[in-house]
Ligand binder design. Structure first.
Ligand code: ATP
Ligand code: MG
Ligand code: MG
Ligand code: MG
Length: 508
């Protein structure tokens, strides 16, 4: 079954169960400034669940465009390195607005998975919230799932949002326990069952989350949170289309499904034709590029343009991350925008905005690419000079490769390695827009470490100066806007620096 058939099968199954099929909302939430991007199918129904909005239906089903590359759900750094995380993905969901509840929701899910998609029952696992005996009993007694494959998951002590199996929209408001369905990809994939310490592998994959909105969490007059049962409990579910497709196409990674095979081939071709000649087809960098073109194209199609704050900033970061990975493979001129053609051919039937906006999306991305390649060229010149001064071996030198290996081994030990100054790395970032992760990549290939402590110190200094300047302006009564936005930017970049150090050390 192709991904497109899997999507339409889901929607028609729920239509047959009395659900109204509703179109995906844009990736930019219409009236929710608290949310950077749409990150779940329920977003467009938030007010319906809260009782502020009424719809002519009580059951709905959607295939929703989602982006998780910022904010509370941020999977950006995982992408390319796990088999199951994307920045952009489609969430298939069915919703009950005060209509059916746990029993029907779980029975629908089981029927669809085992009778329509025909997944082998013995590969399916379910988790329930530790105290949710009702859901546990439905799995065991109504559906007949063996107790060994039903896992109770309790509160995550100390976490702001209680646990993986208790969903809350925020500190107050509707909330309730979840039941997640996992698929076991089998013993040739590493990872442990849900709830076990080894769960964080790709063997047991969470495919479907069922959220039972059962309580309204409110503060009482003594300042303590109380759970009040909702008069009309609701259901909100979400299943990742790409993960389900991997299962149904008998592959262990989302990147091996039909859609991604096409995008990966297109990415390789575009990168090769832009200077790489014959890059490694198995490189995680190609996965990053194939993933990121979806997030970037859909975001631009829905109206965002790259910029320095908010959504535009996230878009710019994702675009540049893709370009950086292309550069790493050998691309020396714009390649990324070309993938919009392949993406529109693959997904344009389901999402006509991709066809309609194709040319504009390509133009926006191409312009960003041209700029960033220019940035890279300027930054590389400065970096090359610094590397030469350090006596680092040349880029294509065999000695360089050996030195790089030695340097990687030496990081974390007390052995001396050539080190690029953090001040220079900061100047590259701050003055030339040349990102730290690119500096670190290039240096690593040349056997040179980067003084990231000094980089972070410089970053912190600059942030304090910016803050002081902001306060000064406020104190003078001048109009001061935009300060917050730049602070967020720096926070993100500082976080990036930490990630780079981690990547640098473990070599991934
Ligand atoms: P995970 O624990 O794997 O990160 P999650 O618990 O954060 O997933 P939910 O918020 O429950 O995910 O979202 C519902 C479903 O959407 C998941 O069961 C999964 O199938 C899919 N999904 C979530 N995040 C991603 C992602 N980054 N890429 C692809 N699919 C995703
Ligand atoms: Mg997650
Ligand atoms: Mg999860
Ligand atoms: Mg989940």
């Amino acid at each position: 079954m192709k991904a497109s058939e899997i999507r339409s099968t889901f929607l028609s199954f729920f239509e047959g169960k009395g659900h109204t099929v509703v179109s995906s909302s844009p990736v930019i939430p219409g009236d929710d400034p608290t949310l950077l991007f749409t990150n779940a199918g329920m977003n467009q129904f938030k007010d319906v669940f809260l009782g502020f909005d009424k719809r002519p239906y009580m059951r709905a089903a959607t295939a929703q465009k989602c982006i998780r590359a910022g904010g509370k759900h941020n999977d950006l750094e995982n992408v390319g390195y796990t088999a199951r995380h994307h920045t952009f993905f489609e969430m298939l969901g069915n919703f009950s607005f005060g209509d059916y509840f746990k029993r029907d929701a779980l029975a629908f899910a089981w029927e669809l998975l085992t009778e329509v998609y025909k997944l082998p029952k013995e590969r399916l696992w379910a988790t329930v919230y530790a105290e949710d005996d009702e859901a546990y009993d439905i799995w065991k007694d109504v559906i007949g799932l063996p107790a060994e494959r039903i896992v109770r998951i309790g509160d995550n002590k100390g976490a702001r949002y209680a646990s993986d199996n208790f969903w809350m929209m925020g500190d107050t408001g509707p909330c309730g326990p979840c039941s997640e369905i996992f698929y076991d990809h089998g013993p040739d994939v590493a990872g442990g069952p849900p709830g076990s310490p080894e769960q964080d592998g790709d063997r047991y994959i969470e495919i479907w989350n069922n959220v039972f909105m059962q309580f309204n969490r409110q503060l009482d007059d003594k300042g303590a949170y109380q759970m009040h049962p909702l008069p009309k409990p609701s259901v909100d579910t979400g299943m990742g289309l790409e993960r389900l497709t991997a299962v149904l196409q008998h592959v262990h990674s989302n990147y091996e499904i039909d859609l991604f095979v096409t995008l990966l081939a297109a990415a390789k071709k575009a990168v090769d034709e832009s200077g790489a000649k014959d890059c490694d087809a198995a490189s995680p960098s190609l996965k990053v590029i194939a993933d990121h073109i979806r997030a970037c194209a859909f975001t631009v199609a829905d109206g965002v343009i790259p910029g320095n704050e908010g959504r535009g900033y996230v878009l710019r970061r994702i675009t540049r991350r893709a370009i950086r990975h292309g550069y790493k493979l050998g691309a020396r001129q714009p390649f990324f925008h070309r993938l919009v053609v392949d993406l529109a051919a693959e997904m344009g039937d389901a999402y006509p905005e991709l066809r309609r906006e194709k040319q504009r999306v390509m133009d926006v991305l191409k312009q960003e690419e041209e700029r960033f390649f220019q940035t890279i060229a300027t930054g590389m010149e400065i970096l090359e000079r610094a590397l030469a001064e350090l006596g680092a071996p040349g880029a294509t030198d065999a000695a360089g490769v050996r030195a790089a290996e030695q340097a990687t081994d030496a990081i974390g030990s007390s052995a001396k390695v050539r080190t690029l100054s953090g001040e220079l790395a900061f100047q590259l970032h701050d003055t030339y827009g040349f990102p730290l992760d690119l500096t670190a990549d290039v240096c690593r290939e040349r056997g040179v470490a980067v003084d990231t402590d000094a980089f972070e110190a410089a970053m912190k200094r600059q942030r304090e100066q910016a803050r002081a300047a902001g306060k000064f302006k406020v104190a003078q009564g001048l109009d001061y806007t935009g300060g917050d936005t730049s602070f967020h930017g720096y926070d993100k970049l500082v976080h990036d620096a930490a990630t780079v150090v981690a990547l640098y050390v473990d070599g991934s």
